[in-house]
Design a protein around this ligand. Structure first.
Ligand SMILES: Nc1nc2c(c(=O)[nH]1)N[C@H]1C(S)=C(S)[C@@H](COP(=O)(O)O)O[C@H]1N2
Ligand SMILES: [Mo]
Length: 232
């Protein structure tokens, strides 16, 4: 285990996670290390963080637990939950390795959205967890950051554009329909966002890697011919 990145104090997390987060993001994204205004990509990201355009959500009464179909290309992986660490690396200033306890200290967000699978089903689901933008703020993006890769415990992998990752309704969820996230739906952590199709929403996420370019492998289904952006 990486000592430096895993030993985040509660005080530090709370400090990072408090109201100062966006100021922190703004500082990081608007200026490069020597204080000059940064590239247009980051100014665009800044605009996105400050003026979110949320997708309408549903009331809790609209949840459709019976419509959610488990869709896993290779079954449910075994994960050692007691020793689980989410790693964040790549184009970030502070690579992180976070336990579920660390993650559950971050601000909690719940949303009721529709999950849509290209195989022809959809379900309204409530997801609860942390915003990806808060996690990336802790890790502090470097100025060239443009894409985010998600690696999963079952060998699934995905890549997203940064703007979609920092969208205010893009969560790393650990709750589903008000309960702990079930194993088959991605426990302990899965992506959940109303702006992307089901196959973009990686379950069992173990690693987040920020890159400045798209690599030849872009996603499990994408590499078999599915569209990469996968927007809704
Ligand atoms: N790690 C992983 N994530 C995955 C998948 C998978 O096979 N492995 N399937 C995807 C597809 S195609 C869909 S529709 C949703 C299904 O999520 P659910 O099983 O919670 O309904 O998970 C997505 N995330
Ligand atoms: Mo899917």
């Amino acid at each position: 285990m990486n000592e430096e990145s895993s030993q985040i104090s509660r005080r530090q997390l709370l400090q990072w996670a408090g109201a100062g987060l966006l100021v922190n993001v703004a500082g990081t994204l608007l200026y490069d290390p020597i204080g000059r205004l940064s590239m247009p990509i980051n100014e665009g990201l800044e605009a996105l963080l400050l003026s979110p355009n949320p997708t309408p959500e549903f009331p809790i009464t609209a949840i459709e637990p019976d419509r959610l179909i488990v869709n896993s290309f290779r079954g449910t992986p075994n994960i050692d939950l007691a020793n689980f660490q989410l790693k964040i690396s790549g184009q970030v200033t502070h690579p992180l390795s976070l336990s579920m306890i660390d993650i559950q200290k971050l601000p909690f967000t719940s949303m009721v959205i529709r999950q849509v699978c290209v195989e022809g089903w959809a379900a309204i689901v409530q997801w609860g967890g942390v915003k990806l933008r808060d996690l990336l703020t802790l890790a502090q993006l470097k100025s060239g950051a443009k894409y985010v890769y998600f690696k999963s415990a079952d060998g699934y992998y995905e890549s997203w554009d940064l703007a979609s990752v920092v969208h205010p309704q893009t969560l790393l969820a650990y709750q589903m329909n008000g309960q702990d996230l079930p194993a088959e739906n991605g426990a302990p952590l899965r992506l959940a966002a109303p702006i992307k199709l089901g196959y973009k929403q990686s379950k069992w996420v173990t690693e987040i890697i920020v890159t400045n370019k798209l690599l030849p492998k872009r996603g499990y289904w994408e590499d078999l011919g599915y569209e990469w952006f996968g927007g809704l």
